[in-house]
Design a protein around this ligand. Structure first.
Ligand code: PLP
Length: 398
């Protein structure tokens, strides 16, 4: 017998749960792209996106996934053959560095492993050693979705400023924007990027690159910029057709309009607080289960744990078995372990992840944890019983 029929929950770190209101907004006949509602919507969309990133700068919207946003951020800031410094705390920083290499950039990677944050002192040493200012940009991932580590950006800005180093600071916020607190201007980030399918609660298909005037100046310095990724026209919402370098992603824009309405009705502070509390509920359950068995949170320091995604280790082959049980028996799909492989577990079978980004609330998280607890029992995976009760304490605030 399976108990999976009913509304399913895709509890993976992207794509995330799309609200019914967003789906309804997209379910319509093709709109007029020459004039009227759709082109008129653009200035409001860009203004409301910038409020999510906490920036007064500019935003370019691409028809792309996150990989496209990675490409776009580099295409507008660093010339072919120029040098960048990548600060890696996991799989996604490494993937971004490969995109940089494929573009013909010279890439230095500072590797911090996937168990914790960037160490600012090593960054300082690397930038101090770069006395000729060869690095044009420093690339870092805010929340690395593979490890669920969350990095701090203000200290990186401080190092660049203290050394008088002119490199741009680029932030991948694909997993975190609209979930974890991120304040682009206050933290001194020059370019921030994200996609539509995580905290922004839309289907995959839109990429967003936010940039300040310093980054815009870097773009003007470049001789050649791929026309598709050039952010020049794309940050002027009045130039509707040029804005998308072709046909606009009509239905996605309607979905995004509704998602941004929902986001700003709740408010950024309230959204960050909701994600923080739900994440703490998950941590409480996992730490309790772990007292009687192999389950562990991947990031030990709370201050560096994401509020949008949680990576866990459980030992091979329990991760894969638990994911299968939750999907087949209870209608909940957990995220695979990603980039955590070791010699005896190359496919990360001993890891899995919870995605808790965007349109998630207390009943979904308690349901998710209840299902996992049932799965641990059904599969005879050692754990201390009644972890869900610990999560409920966090939710109830007592
Ligand atoms: C999801 C994700 C990406 C990749 O986005 P795609 O849309 O899959 O290309 C990159 N970086 C981070 C931090 C992510 O979470």
């Amino acid at each position: 017998m399976s108990l999976a029929n009913g509304r399913t929950y895709l509890a993976i770190p992207g794509p995330s749960v799309v609200p019914d209101a967003v789906l309804r907004a997209m379910h319509r006949a093709s709109p007029n792209i020459y004039e009227g509602e759709l082109p008129d919507m653009m200035p409001g969309l860009t203004a409301d996106l910038k409020r999510v990133a906490c920036t007064d700068g500019h935003v370019a919207i691409y028809i792309s996934n996150g990989h496209g946003a990675w490409e776009a951020a580099l295409a507008n800031t660093v010339g072919i053959g120029e040098k960048v410094l990548v600060l890696s705390t996991g799989h996604f920083a490494q993937s971004w560095s490969r995109i940089a290499e494929a573009r013909g950039l010279e890439v230095d990677v500072l590797e911090f492993g996937n168990g914790g944050p960037i160490d600012p002192s090593r960054v300082e040493d690397a930038l101090r050693a770069d006395s000729t200012h060869a690095y044009k940009a420093v690339l870092a991932v805010h929340v690395d979705t593979s490890s669920s580590n969350r990095n701090k950006f203000a200290p990186l800005r401080q190092i660049l400023d203290d050394l008088g180093h002119p490199a741009l600071l680029l932030a991948d916020c694909i997993a975190s924007m609209g979930c974890d607190r991120f304040e682009m201007d206050a933290w001194g980030v020059d370019v921030a990027l994200t996609g539509s399918q995580k905290g922004l609660m839309c289907p995959p298909g839109l990429g967003f690159v936010f940039f300040n005037d310093k980054a815009a100046e870097a773009r003007r310095r470049l001789k050649h910029v791929s026309m598709y990724w050039d952010w020049t026209n794309r940050s002027e919402p009045e130039a509707f057709y040029q804005y998308f370098s072709g046909t606009a992603p009509t239905h996605h824009l309607y979905g995004l309009r509704t998602a941004l309405d929902m986001i700003h009705a709740e408010g950024m502070e309230a959204i960050w607080a909701r994600h923080a509390t739900l994440a703490q509920a998950i941590w409480a359950a996992v730490e309790h289960w772990g007292q009687g068995g192999p389950l562990r949170l991947n990031i030990s320091d709370r201050a560096h744990r994401s509020h949008a995604v949680t990576a866990l280790s459980i030992g091979k082959p329990h991760g894969t078995a638990l994911r299968r049980w939750c999907a087949d028996q209870a209608g909940v799909t957990l995220g695979i372990g990603l980039g955590m492989g070791t010699a005896d577990d190359p496919k990360s079978d001993g890891y899995f992840r919870f995605g808790h980004m965007g349109h998630v609330n207390a009943h979904m998280i308690l349901g998710l944890l209840g299902v996992v607890e049932a799965g641990l029992a059904a599969l005879d995976i050692p754990h201390r019983a009644a972890g869900v009760a610990e999560a409920a304490k966090v939710i109830s605030g007592v």
